[in-house]
Write a protein of this length. Structure first.
Length: 251
């Protein structure tokens, strides 16, 4: 494991690298999906490394065992000089899930870049958007494109519910397809719940009843407000999907 980065590395000079953040319960959740996504990014972004998927999986499992890691967020970063594994506490708590999140709109408008489809170490826009939200009393921010279409939050995918249908942003847009998003699409298929991948303009959000966001550490968080527009605090469909997700992941 490489803990020091030379200033001559592509990571230090240009922010070139990829990472995955994996929730560790008693075991790392969806580790294979995370590593597969990372290698897809390495291939599409032409980042050359020396190790294969099994190497990183074994290193993560060894790190967890040797350090007795449980209920933590584990980050694997891969770059030209090597890799790094680190952990941090999970800050989401019961009160947050009960209250829900409030979102604002990021001041950054995104273009159609391949970079946004991958979890790269060039993460300035995301951190800036998260900090901008916090400084203004919100929990996270939403990226829009030049036509005011919703893309994603700084660190999560976003879903909307209307009646008995779920809507989320199509992967045709420049967004990162999250591991939990993939699970939700899979679960909706198993439960015969209609999920529509489409475009949603920010001016259309008043039409929806309920909103939630997802990422691999938070999993699923309801959204009670977007820039002053209020949404329902409870939703049966959301509860059903949440239960199915937990039953599948923590079985």
């Amino acid at each position: 494991m490489k803990n020091n980065v030379n200033f001559s590395s592509n990571l230090a000079k240009f922010g070139i690298g990829v990472f995955e953040t994996i929730k560790v319960d008693k075991i790392p959740i969806d580790i294979d999906i995370h590593i597969d996504r990372m290698f897809n990014s390495l291939s599409e972004l032409n980042i050359l490394i020396n190790n294969n998927k099994e190497f990183y999986k074994e290193e993560i499992l060894k790190y967890i065992k040797e350090n007795n890691i449980e209920n933590k967020a584990l980050r694997l970063t891969v770059f030209d000089e090597g890799y790094n594994i680190s952990i941090r506490n999970i800050l989401y708590n019961k009160e947050m899930y009960e209250i829900g999140f409030r979102l604002n709109i990021s001041p950054i408008r995104r273009g159609d870049s391949i970079i946004h489809r991958h979890k790269t170490t060039n993460y300035f826009e995301n951190i800036y958007t998260k900090n901008y939200a916090t400084e203004n009393g919100y929990d996270d921010g939403i990226f829009l494109d030049a036509e005011n279409n919703i893309l994603e939050c700084s660190m999560s995918n976003i879903f909307f519910i209307k009646d008995k249908q779920i809507f989320t942003i199509s992967d045709k847009f420049p967004i990162l397809s999250g591991t939990v998003k993939r699970r939700i699409i899979e679960i909706c298929g198993e439960l015969n719940i209609q999920i529509v991948e489409t475009n949603i303009n920010i001016d259309e959000i008043k039409e929806f009843d309920f909103v939630f966001i997802t990422n691999s550490i938070m999993e699923m968080m309801k959204v009670i407000e977007i820039e002053g527009i209020k949404f329902n605090n409870k939703n049966e469909l959301f509860d059903k999907i949440t239960k199915a997700y937990k039953d599948k992941i923590y079985k």
